[in-house]
Design a binder for this molecule. Structure first.
Ligand code: GLA
Length: 396
């Protein structure tokens, strides 16, 4: 009997039922429709999306659901099962920092779509939210909320929602997060929430937006990808993330390139930079190479062989980019000690989640060792999620 706590995915129709019940209880009557979008993990390609790099995330079977009804008075009224803090106000008043908190992700999407001329000014919405993506775990609960709602707004406004139609919705979701919520994130999370396919990771080229679906079948390799939520909250708005992004932009300016991806000679570029810029750039440049390496292995069905690249990614994030944490390092070390083929922090870092690629028969041993190691160091007790590559945002 495992002492580790597993958070099992809930059927999306059950999640939807809870959102619909909240909607009826708050607003009376039925919603016009219900939409879902997934959380994500990034297999590899960390802190490179804002550097024009390559990333390889996939969608999780944990979703955020929105039940939505159009209103004609330009007002947004948003409620959630996760908090008593609802938000109601004119969409015309939405601006950077207003609303604050979770409602920024909803209001910001409308603000962005209005700004790009996709939505008339009198359109308003009643919205009820329910989610099984753990909040503050670095699994992109905010992108899931933005993307579920962006798809809802597009559907209700008669905008296209096919692959091409999703591009402006991804852009609006990123703008909402950057401008209204004030988190200067790079766009990987919104892209995967909108473009993921079951059984695949999305290889996303953040320089030109090109995507390729890479097959990712853990079962066929006798493997499981375990998500370890350290339960040490991860915060994107507290300055460290923006600080790293600014360091990368400064390095680009010093090197005279538009993105670090455009550097012709990575070794010479690193040598030309001072400390800590050189280490930051070295992380970005080596991480982009590791993404190509992992995508190549996956194309050849060699899942069990990607562990070493995951480990090098973690070391680079910990030592060169300095975005790991005691909790993440503990989880990674304990997973490897108990037989994982590879492990790394995933997402923005400074807390949040790690992933471990584990032979199927070692899953319980790995989870137990991660818990034991955390508890003996008096760190928060981690919880575990299953990482079956899942589908993108959709209407139910
Ligand atoms: C967060 C951001 C992403 C990305 C990752 C780090 O998840 O939202 O844009 O930068 O951190 O890879």
């Amino acid at each position: 009997m495992s002492a580790a706590h597993w958070v099992e995915p809930v059927d999306v129709r059950v999640v939807a039922g809870t959102a619909e019940a909240l909607f009826r209880g708050t607003f009376g009557g039925a919603a016009d429709g219900v939409w879902a979008a997934p959380g994500r993990v990034n297999l590899i390609g960390e802190h490179v999306d804002y550097a024009g790099g390559l990333v390889l995330p996939f969608a999780l079977p944990y979703v955020t659901v929105v039940a939505v009804r159009v209103r004609g008075d330009g007002i947004l009224h948003a409620v959630s099962t996760h908090t008593d803090e609802s938000w109601q106000g004119p969409l015309a008043d939405v601006a950077p920092g207003h609303p604050a908190g979770w409602a920024a992700y909803v209001a910001g999407v409308v603000w962005a779509l209005r700004r790009s001329g996709h939505l008339p000014a009198e359109t308003g919405f009643d919205v009820a939210v329910h989610s099984t993506v753990p909040v503050g775990s670095g699994l992109s609960s905010s992108a899931a909320l933005e993307c579920a709602f962006a798809l809802a707004v597009a559907d209700l406004a008669g905008l296209p929602t096919d692959h091409a139609g999703r591009r402006p919705l991804i852009a609006a979701s990123i703008l909402a997060e950057n401008e209204i919520a004030g988190a200067s994130t790079g766009g990987m999370d919104q892209s995967v929430a909108m473009l993921a396919r079951p059984g695949h990771a999305v290889l996303l080229d953040c320089r030109d937006g090109a995507t390729r679906q890479v097959p990712l079948d853990f079962d066929s390799a006798g493997a499981r990808l375990v998500v370890i939520d350290t339960n040490a909250p991860h915060r994107l708005v507290d300055g460290q993330y923006g600080n790293r992004r600014a360091a990368v932009e400064k390095a680009c300016a010093d090197l005279g390139v538009a993105t670090l991806r455009d550097v012709p000679d990575p070794d010479a570029a690193v040598a030309a930079l001072g400390s800590p810029a050189a280490a930051r750039a070295r992380h970005v440049l080596t991480e982009i190479r590791r993404v190509t390496e992992v995508a190549g292995l996956l194309d050849r069905g060699r899942i069990a062989d990607i562990g070493d690249a995951l480990n090098r990614s973690h070391a680079s994030l910990r030592d060169d980019y300095e975005v790991s944490s005691v909790e993440l390092d503990s989880a990674v070390d304990a997973a490897l000690a108990a037989g994982a083929w590879g492990a790394r922090m995933t997402g923005g870092g400074f807390g949040g989640s790690a992933i471990a690629l584990v032979p199927a028969d070692r899953v319980d041993a790995v989870a137990e060792n991660v818990v034991r190691r955390a508890e003996s160091a008096t760190l928060p007790t981690p919880q575990f999620l299953s990482a079956e590559p899942s589908g993108s945002a959709h209407r139910l």
